[in-house]
Design a protein around this ligand. Structure first.
Ligand code: BGC
Length: 805
């Protein structure tokens, strides 16, 4: 017995010992591979002298007391990068092709090192005086850790409105201005590249990251995206336009294979990126996780070299999405220059491939040179003395103003702006706990956020106490569910969705006595790693429906009005309930000043001028994409991300998980609804104003290969307002299958006073009317006649004219 016990104890000790060894080995592997893949000592900062030689002062980066070509900022970036490249060893080059790991991104490492919370790096080359560059999320504002250990200072950033809201402004100048403020925070917090904007197409209303993206239409996505890039980069910092390309679902995002026709790829999914590249030449583009027709986007020479660089002329750096792709040499060869966040496995794979000739020195030099040009162009290499103190107050004003301009008034039966209704009863948890943006890497760490309750109070409205008490009782009864997820990774991947309040008819009845008007807020949150679903998400939940109906019935019975505020990041069903309230304001998720922005509209301080960048369908199934989309949404798992199955045999592959067939082709969004003559709840481009506009004197002319369009717009209502003029083009007698109409230009007017008119001018290059011809693999412009429509939405066309060429 004693002996057996002894053996047992020994076995136990051996097992425990083995477990400890395994845990330590795993920790070491994880640390050296993923947390910190760069073994080099950190760059110790500039012991770098300034030298003046023949009236020119330069930084002697490699400390050789001479002016090297790469140190001479008067020379072209190309010459300087060539010189720097020629001074680098092969080992230094390979190191530069990948970041240094996730250390800073997950808040590890000493507090004074780097920028806490930055997600990636371009590694330093200390010998040549090249500092570390930092990359961090995007796209609704800079995402870094707001606090640092042993440091009283805070590093909050501004939470700007989500991408979808910015697209809803249809205002290029405004978006550029938002980008300018965002880029200033990137610069002043010592970062070099922000990981945004997001420019994927809203293929399905259920994609969990639609809020980060702009639109179902490539022209709107491209124009808004280019404005954002130009605004951010005007600060001397870079952007990373993501996720290139066809990353339209989050389910199995790391392995999903998008099966798509070349025409749909070119006309819809690539087009927005093409516009951005041509109009703003971003510093970087982030390749997406998914495959396209069998090849990972980050490993596709066709996408990253033939299309992106050869066809469009992209000159910058392509960065992987975090841990994206499988084969590092294939990625570099394809034109994916920088692997982020960088693992030791990638480093070893590149080294091996260089040795055995699988990866050519030429491929390495091409990618390294692109990275060097970015580095030499950065403010970091000038040792810009960032303040860590951007003007957050000024940026709060930018976000407040831009958010109110992108909110869309969907319905208004004479109730808005509020006049004389002072006491407001707020229903819906999100009224008190407003959602400022989505979750995941797109979530910003802002210093504060203004809820709807606070915004209305700031605007001198009274918040109905009885209604508030109902909410507070509900919150107290669900205390845990109202605690926001904490910890970098948990907060990133857990959307905060506390339960909706469910007031009884009596409680609502008690409120009507003291309230002048009711607001019911419907909230939705989603984010990276998961797609949305139909039940209780696209559709209102039973609690929400009941709350809305009872509030409407009870308030209407006492002659009082009800407004609905939609605090959502993506499309929801509206057709079944929109008749019940008197007004509906689509507030989106408007960043940290959201509550003030909504109040500015409700009070009439701002006249709404947002327009839908996507269609609100009657039923989810009406969307062309619904036949091929993961409608049941499978939540994100880290295990799948790192260890997911890559090459499953064809007969084991699951539709909409392992692959997704884009069978609807080019018929995405309004292109599909128009072609199939489907009624919609709210059409693409739709949005109401507190005033009316008249369209007159449309004139079109063909000048130097472009159609010039002028339209006169007059504010015929009583209050000042802005109008969006949308130009759609149709091709009668087309030889091919074409959409009924496509958005080809738009413009937002300045604020027009009552009775004031303006002439808006737009230009459409004829080449923009081309379609992708699959027989010849090229763009083709059909000759003949086209109809140019100017409208206030895709289904509210005011003037049309024919042009032939
Ligand atoms: C996301 C990217 C993000 C990156 C770094 C990835 O999981 O897909 O959008 O920029 O992480 O946080």
């Amino acid at each position: 017995m004693k002996k057996t016990l002894k053996i047992l104890v020994r076995v136990l000790i051996a097992v425990l010992g083995l477990a400890v060894v395994i845990v330590i080995a795993a920790a070491l592997y994880f640390n050296s591979n993923i947390i910190n893949s760069e073994k080099r000592g950190k760059y110790k900062g500039p012991d770098i002298k300034e030298i003046t030689d023949k009236d020119y002062t330069f930084r002697d980066l490699n400390r050789n007391d001479e002016l090297d070509i790469y140190e001479d900022a008067r020379l072209s970036l190309d010459e300087r990068a060539n010189d720097l490249l020629s001074q680098m060893t092969l080992d230094e080059k390979i190191r530069l092709l990948k970041g240094s790991g996730m250390k800073s991104g997950i808040g590890l490492g000493p507090s004074d090192e780097g920028v806490r919370g930055a997600m990636g790096t371009i590694v330093p080359i200390p010998r040549l005086g090249i500092p570390t560059l930092y990359l961090s999320d995007g796209p609704a504002g800079l995402r870094i850790n707001p606090t640092r250990k042993n440091d009283d200072k805070t590093y909050y950033c501004t939470a700007f409105p989500i991408g979808t809201l910015l697209a809803s402004t249809w205002n290029i100048d405004l978006v550029k201005n938002v980008g300018d403020a965002m880029g200033n925070e990137v610069l002043e917090y010592g970062l070099d590249v922000i990981l945004g904007p997001g420019a994927n197409i809203h293929r399905s209303p259920l994609c969990g990251r639609n809020f980060e993206y702009y639109s179902e239409d490539p022209l709107l996505s491209g124009e808004i995206g280019a404005a954002m890039v130009n605004g951010i980069e005007s600060n001397g910092v870079g952007t990373s336009v993501k996720h290139f390309v066809a990353n339209n679902q989050e389910t199995n995002r790391n392995f999903n294979d998008v099966l798509i026709s070349e025409r749909a790829f070119r006309e819809i999914y690539l087009k927005g990126f093409e516009i951005i590249v041509k109009k703003s030449q971003p510093w970087t583009i982030m390749s997406s996780y998914n495959k396209v027709n069998g090849t990972y986007a980050s490993e596709s020479p066709y996408i990253l070299t033939d299309i992106l660089r050869n066809d469009w002329g992209f000159e910058g750096v392509v960065v992987t999405d975090w841990f994206g792709g499988k084969n590092p040499p294939a990625q570099i060869h394809a034109g994916n220059d920088l692997l982020e966040p960088g693992t030791r496995r990638q480093h070893n794979a590149l080294k091996k491939a260089t040795k055995n000739g699988e990866l050519s020195k030429e491929d390495i030099n091409t990618s390294v040179k692109r990275i060097l040009k970015l580095v030499l162009n950065s403010r970091k290499v000038e040792f810009y003395a960032y303040s860590n103190d951007p003007d957050l107050y000024a940026h709060a004003q930018v976000t407040r103003h831009s958010a109110s301009e992108g909110m869309v008034l969907l319905k208004n039966d004479g109730v808005l702006p509020l006049k004389g209704q002072n006491n407001i009863a707020l229903f819906g948890s999100t009224s008190y706990d407003f959602i400022t943006g989505g979750t995941g890497s797109g979530d910003v760490n802002e210093a504060y956020s203004v809820s709807l309750e606070e915004g209305l109070t700031n605007a001198a409205f009274e918040i109905n106490e009885a209604a508030k008490k109902v909410f507070e009782t509900h919150r107290a009864a669900n205390k845990e569910a109202f605690e926001k997820p904490e910890g970098t990774l948990t907060a990133m991947f857990t959307p905060y969705t506390p339960p909706e309040m469910n007031p009884s008819a009596k409680e609502i009845g008690d409120v009507t006595g003291t309230a002048d008007v009711a607001i019911v807020t419907i909230g939705r949150n989603s984010g990276e790693g998961g797609d949305r679903v139909k039940k209780d998400d696209f559709l209102l939940s039973a609690d929400e429906q009941e709350m809305l109906s009872t509030v409407c019935e009870t308030f209407h019975a006492s002659g009082k009005k009800v407004l609905v505020v939609l605090n959502i990041g993506g499309v929801i069903e509206t057709a079944s309930w929109k008749d019940q309230p008197d007004a509906i304001l689509l507030a989106w998720q408007g960043g940290q000043e959201s509550g003030n922005s909504v109040s500015d509209i409700l009070s009439g301080k701002v006249n709404p001028s947002g327009r839908l960048p996507m269609t609100f369908p009657i039923a989810l199934e009406d969307h062309g994409s619904s036949a091929n989309f993961p409608m049941d949404g499978i939540p994100f798992s880290m295990v799948t991300m790192f260890l997911g199955e890559n090459d499953k045999p064809a007969d084991e592959q699951i539709a909409n998980f392992d692959y997704t067939k884009y069978e609807e082709g080019i018929y995405v969004g309004y292109r599909h609804f128009d072609k199939n003559n489907l009624d919609v709840s709210y059409p693409f481009g739709y949005g109401l104003s507190y005033t009316d506009f008249d369209y007159k004197n449309m004139d079109i002319e063909l000048i130097d290969g472009s159609i010039h369009i002028t339209v006169q717009v007059e504010n015929t209502g009583k209050v000042p307002g802005k109008e969006v003029v949308e130009i759609y083009v149709s091709k009668p007698n087309t030889e091919i299958d074409r959409p009924v109409q496509e958005l080809k230009a738009f413009v937002k007017t300045p604020l027009l006073k009552s009775g004031e008119s303006t002439e808006v001018i737009m230009r459409i290059p004829l080449s923009d009317l081309s379609y992708w011809n699959e027989d010849t693999s090229g763009w083709r412009l059909e000759e003949g006649s086209y109809i140019i429509h100017s409208g206030s939405s895709s289904r509210d066309i005011r003037l049309s004219q024919e042009i032939s060429f």
